[in-house]
Design a protein around this ligand. Structure first.
Ligand SMILES: NC(=O)c1ccc[n+]([C@@H]2O[C@H](COP(=O)([O-])OP(=O)(O)OC[C@H]3O[C@@H](n4cnc5c(N)ncnc54)[C@H](OP(=O)(O)O)[C@@H]3O)[C@@H](O)[C@H]2O)c1
Length: 304
């Protein structure tokens, strides 16, 4: 039976295990994808702890980890048009992606351009698409300045490049060990922690025109004073602090059009997802720990 990495109940890493699960079948409007690569995201371990994104129901156990994959269509369900077995695609699975096979809603599946690797494509449905949505939502004009907290991770790396390509000046906070990496994205590096607002003002004397937060909590509270209009403050991970400060959550489009847009950027070389580590499915636990430790650089991907 095909292999998958699952959690058997809500809890810590101790509830994770590898499992042999029956090969899924495609229901109406669905496709089964032979997974070649799966992106690893903070939401994966958060979900294991019992956290649930609004609009999604509780898990049925064993629950397969993962929310973004790229692979080859193995089967199409009744009523599916525009997709064929053998085509290379990417998207968000319905019930997990750290597996040899995943079921995806056909409506949310995009074709993978030939120029884009399976590993890169697997990072687009969550990280790059969230980056794209947030940068568009903030709408900082060319020549304006966008501050990104947690710029060195999966969403931040993509957001910095998307904003930079739109002519926006990017200032980003990250661990000092990521300084050179952050600067390679075309962003101005600022060290986080106490005094961060003064350090941001030193590199952006006119203030910033938007904050895209990817850390939350104190890291967000400490930088918020540099922004005049708090309506231009959004957070991907901590909407409650963002709302306390007068901002709000990133609004996700979750459309095929957005997937096509970010894949096009990777294909034309204007967006690098920075896959900094890949692990075979048999080492999915190591991949997840790398993200769960909170200091990932770029994207971590599992290959199946
Ligand atoms: N709403 C949505 O649809 C959506 C989608 C994707 C992600 N998210 C959420 O958005 C957040 C970011 O996601 P991600 O995939 O980018 O996570 P990630 O890859 O783990 O990156 C987070 C980054 O923040 C950095 N960081 C941690 N503490 C920091 C601090 N105090 N100051 C500055 N940087 C700090 C981390 O490393 P260093 O400390 O080493 O720099 C890491 O590079 C997560 O909470 C995730 O759940 C939400």
């Amino acid at each position: 039976m095909p292999k998958a990495y699952v959690y058997r109940e809500y809890g810590g890493p101790e509830v994770e295990e590898f499992a042999d699960l029956p090969k899924p079948t495609a229901g109406p409007g669905q496709v089964v994808v032979r997974v070649r690569a799966a992106g690893v995201n903070p939401a994966d371990w958060k979900r294991r702890t019992g956290w649930c994104r609004p609009g999604t129901g509780p898990d049925h156990f064993p629950a397969v980890f993962g929310n973004e994959v790229a692979g080859v269509i193995a089967e199409i369900g009744p009523g599916v048009t525009g997709l064929k077995p053998g085509e290379a695609v990417f998207g968000s699975p319905l019930k997990g992606g750290y597996a040899e096979y995943a079921v995806l809603p056909a409506a949310g599946v995009a074709h993978k351009p030939d120029e884009v690797s399976f590993e890169d494509a697997a990072t687009l449905p969550v990280a790059a698409a969230t980056a794209y949505d947030g940068v568009r939502q903030l709408g900082v004009p060319p020549g304006g300045t966008l501050l990104i907290t947690g710029v060195g991770g999966g969403v931040g790396t993509a957001a910095a490049q998307i904003a930079r390509n739109a002519g926006v000046k990017v200032v980003g906070t990250a661990d000092p060990g990521k300084r050179a990496f952050v600067e390679s994205l075309g962003a101005t590096y600022v060290e986080p922690g106490p005094g961060v607002a003064e350090r941001v003002r030193a590199v952006a004397p006119k203030g910033v025109d938007g904050i895209y937060d990817l850390v939350g909590g104190d890291a967000l509270r400490e930088v918020a004073p540099v922004l005049g209009d708090h309506a231009k403050l959004i957070s991907a991970g901590d909407q409650s602090t963002a709302k306390d400060l007068g901002g709000g959550p990133v609004t996700r489009a979750r459309t095929k059009e957005v997937l096509g847009a970010v894949a096009g950027m990777v294909a034309d070389g204007s967006l690098n997802p920075y896959v900094t580590a890949t692990y075979p499915l048999e080492e999915a636990d190591r991949a997840l720990r790398e993200v769960e430790n909170g200091h990932a650089r770029g994207k971590i991907v599992i290959t199946a």
